[in-house]
Design a binder for this molecule. Structure first.
Ligand SMILES: C/C(=C\C(=O)SCCNC(=O)CCNC(=O)[C@H](O)C(C)(C)COP(=O)(O)OP(=O)(O)OC[C@H]1O[C@@H](n2cnc3c(N)ncnc32)[C@H](O)[C@@H]1OP(=O)(O)O)CC(=O)O
Length: 258
């Protein structure tokens, strides 16, 4: 792939948007590559956590490629917006936990990519914001929906209507970020979080994500039914039996994802 890099190491997939000269913004080709890669990761049972980041020192992602956009027909704009929304939805629906390593700017679609991840760890120096209305458009990659669900309708309206650029510290205060770290420690912090997750039974982690993801947008009764179904999957697993055996033998369990 030309614009996206993948590295896999000990059950963690590192996905890097690799267009640092354009601050890792998304042209159509990059979205296609990212979409193909995410589809592949969805069914890769060896990958248990996915970390997304941007190449270079300055930027996680500066959002939609505004230079490309300038030359698109209205039909092509519709195509691009559908693509970015579909790709970020596919990221949100990955069965593995996902972490955004926000190494710098996260504007527009960059901010929306971050929102599609389960966890967001940003550099102290990172600036971010949903700037779309300043470009005569609106957040089209899930941002209007994911931000309001995360911080509430009123705060989301304030950030989106003003197109305000905020610091990582402010984003943390608002509950958008999981953690803020010195820039050089961002990837280590993401890796540590991934490793903490990897200590646990892989099928259980996936089922817990499934229950939260699918249950949280329903009423409580439906959510509890989804939780019950997700729990059911863990009952016949060897890992459940292993955890109980390890407890009685006073040792750490060895999970095999079975
Ligand atoms: C997803 C949807 C919509 C959107 O995402 S709308 C776009 C949202 N993005 C933004 O609002 C950020 C636009 N960029 C900037 O404001 C600035 O570049 C910056 C991030 C504040 C950084 O400024 P700085 O002065 O540090 O750097 P440069 O501006 O010189 O940038 C370096 C280089 O990168 C090019 N570039 C930056 N951002 C983009 C971009 N989004 N698209 C294309 N190119 C970008 C910039 O032009 C420079 O390149 P040169 O060749 O040197 O000119 C919804 C939907 O899909 O509709």
């Amino acid at each position: 792939m030309k614009n996206i890099k993948l590295q896999k190491e000990q059950h963690i997939a590192y996905v890097t948007i690799d267009r640092p000269e354009s601050l890792n913004c998304f042209n159509y080709e990059t979205l296609q590559e990212l979409g193909d890669l995410v589809d592949m990761l969805h069914t890769d049972s060896d990958v248990r956590v996915v970390i997304f980041t941007g190449a270079g020192e300055k930027s996680f992602s500066a959002g939609a490629d505004l230079k490309e956009r300038k030359h698109l027909t209205e039909e092509e704009v519709r195509r691009n917006v559908k693509k970015i929304r579909d790709v970020f939805s596919a990221i949100a629906e990955l069965p593995q936990p996902t972490i955004a390593a926000v190494n710098g700017f996260a504007f527009g679609g960059g901010f929306e990519l971050m929102l599609a991840c389960d966890f967001k760890i940003a550099a102290e120096s990172a600036l971010m914001g949903m700037t779309e209305v300043s470009w005569g458009i609106i957040p089209g990659a899930g941002g209007t929906q994911r931000l309001s669900r995360l911080v509430g309708e009123m705060k989301a309206k304030e950030l989106i209507f003003t197109a305000r650029k905020i610091s990582a510290e402010k984003a943390f205060e608002l509950g958008i970020l999981t953690a803020v770290k010195p820039k050089e420690d961002v990837m280590t912090a993401c890796k540590e979080l991934a490793e903490e997750i990897l200590q646990n039974a892989p099928i259980a982690v996936r089922q817990a994500k499934y229950a939260i993801q699918h249950g949280s947008s329903t009423d409580l009764r439906t959510g509890l039914a989804i939780e019950s179904k997700a729990y059911e999957v863990t009952i016949p697993t060897k890992d459940r039996v292993e955890a109980l055996k390890a407890f009685s033998e006073k040792r750490k369990p060895v999970f095999t994802a079975q």
